[in-house]
Design a protein around this ligand. Sequence first.
Ligand code: HEC
Ligand code: HEC
Length: 264
Amino acid sequence: MKKFLKWLGIAVLAILLVLVIAVLVLVNKTNGMAKKTYDVNLPKFAAANDSAALVRGAVIANSLCGGCHGGDFAGTEFFKDDATGSIPAPNITSGGRTKNYTDADWLRIIRYGVKPDKHGAMIMPSKEMGTMSNEDIAALVGYLKTIPASNKTWPDPEFTLLSKVLAGAGLFGDLYHAEIIDLQDATTKTAPEPGPTVAYGAYTVGFHGCKSCHGDNLNGKKHRTQFLLLVQILLKVVISESGRWNNLKIHYAPEQHLKAKQWM
Ligand code: HEC
Ligand code: HEC
């Protein structure tokens, strides 16, 4: 009996040790992603400022960026949860973090998902947004520069230990799009002739990222958040800290659609 208990103790300790090592490895991976820097081969780029471009830019900004960064582009809470942390979508008016942005800085973040300090931007769906034509990005940036300044500030993203483990295990999907974009591709992208054509529709669907949620054939896809919610429910049962799990907010899809409808 004593021998059995001894071996049981050793087994439990061994499992705990493996768990601690797994947590350390995953946390280290997430911290490493945040620290990583990226060099981008930027094409020549200048924002547009003629009136037709500004109208086009307003349509794109409202349907594409406003869902996360807010209707006034002064930022939103975007994601906030006691258990997993917070990822605000910051103020991108000329009073915010983008105050000193050059045209090149705008292109780098929109098309490649990389900030001026060379760090990857979290969550920003640049893999999809980056399929926009150079002309459309020029119109978008031209418009963004005309938005009234707001001095609203937001805290830096904050991950809890739990979310660092989940992110390290890949459960948040592609957290940094800089990882999955060809940062050396400096080709000039063009769009099909605007109009009610299949080609132009496919272009629009492409840069709006509809497929990243609705699947490659737009016939639906199980979103990863369902799996995340399952993990959270399981954890809730295990540690029964009810209440802490009830205030999960994910803002993206509904707002994106409200905005999209407005412009469709
Ligand atoms: C799915 C939500 C989402 C969408 C859509 C989105 N963003 Fe962001 N954006 C974020 C988040 C979250 C951050 C914070 C990233 C970080 O700090 O790592 C961010 C950061 C930024 C930054 C600040 C980078 C810095 O210097 O700190 C800029 C500029 C920006 N976004 C511009 C845009 C523009 C322009 C669009 C539309 C073309 C857009 N974003 C669409 C979520 C989004
Ligand atoms: C961030 C993920 C996401 C993106 C990006 C996204 N959707 Fe959705 N979409 C959803 C979710 C989730 C629902 C279900 C919402 C609900 O039932 O409340 C939905 C619902 C819809 C519906 C309604 C379906 C019904 O049951 O009536 C349509 C239409 C739609 N999306 C079209 C689009 C189009 C077009 C785009 C691109 C411009 C797009 N979506 C981009 C997540 C997304």
